[in-house]
Design a protein. Structure first.
Length: 242
């Protein structure tokens, strides 16, 4: 069951009957509704990670991979974070042979729509990225879905690339649960990254290139605005791939 049905045909659209029924004002109202739902599970702002890597003394490059619903919105958030050097929308959790959108949408590949985040550890920590992932990018209490996007490809997952990331991610989830930050249990998987496979070119920077798409207006634009409001010290404008 997929909220983005028309978009699956690579037209960048919206389910047709909804596209013609909703006037602009209705879309704005729905956007506010979905924005509220994305935050409904939070009882209080997500705290900083108590276990985290220290800010590096020198510039460098490290990679993190997250999954939490449609990769359009995930990328739209992470590419606007200070210290992030590059983001790529793609697939993780399955094999290279099934890492195509047409196959992933069948929900039989084991892949999750994911975003690969390359960041400078001298400017931002892995714990900071986790905080934004849980606070802004998605709702970690929804199992195998994000709102009306339903299926295992929309699951909440952290694909760690080394043992340090595993320890920090596991500890942070335990910290959030102990503090009862969310009103429901966190269902986020913490699993080793076996491979990340870049998505098709038309998915990259999709939200940036299609700002008027109703799905973007309803589901993703509110996340960007929330990032700007709640994490002003981390927020940076983004106008194209770095």
């Amino acid at each position: 069951m997929r909220f983005r049905t028309a978009k699956v045909n690579r037209k960048g659209g919206f389910p047709m009957k909804m596209y013609y029924v909703f006037p602009a004002l209705m879309l704005l109202a729905v956007a506010v509704f979905f924005s509220g739902r994305a935050r409904a599970a939070l009882k209080s702002p997500a705290p900083r990670a108590t276990l985290d890597a220290a800010i590096a003394a020198n510039p460098g490059r490290q990679t993190a991979v997250f999954a939490g619903g449609c990769f359009w919105g995930q990328q739209a958030v992470f590419e606007r974070i200070k210290g992030v050097v590059k983001t790529t929308a793609g697939y993780a959790g399955g094999s290279a042979s099934t890492a195509t959108y047409d196959q992933v949408t069948m929900e039989t590949t084991g892949h999750a729509e994911s975003v690969e985040v390359v960041y400078d550890p001298s400017k931002i920590t892995y714990g900071d990225l986790l905080r934004i992932f849980f606070s802004i990018a998605h709702d970690p209490t929804q199992l195998n879905r994000q709102d009306n996007d339903v299926g295992t490809s929309y699951r909440s997952a952290i694909f760690y690339t080394n043992d340090e990331q595993r320890r920090i991610a596991t500890a942070y989830i335990a910290q959030l649960e102990a503090a009862h930050v969310f009103g429901k249990p966190i269902v986020t998987e913490v699993t080793p990254l076996k491979g990340f496979y870049a998505g098709e070119d038309y998915h990259q920077d999709y939200a940036l290139k299609n700002p008027g798409n109703p799905y973007i207006l309803v589901c993703d634009r509110p996340k960007v605005e929330l990032l700007k409001k709640e994490f002003p010290d981390f927020y940076v404008e983004y106008n194209g791939r770095r």
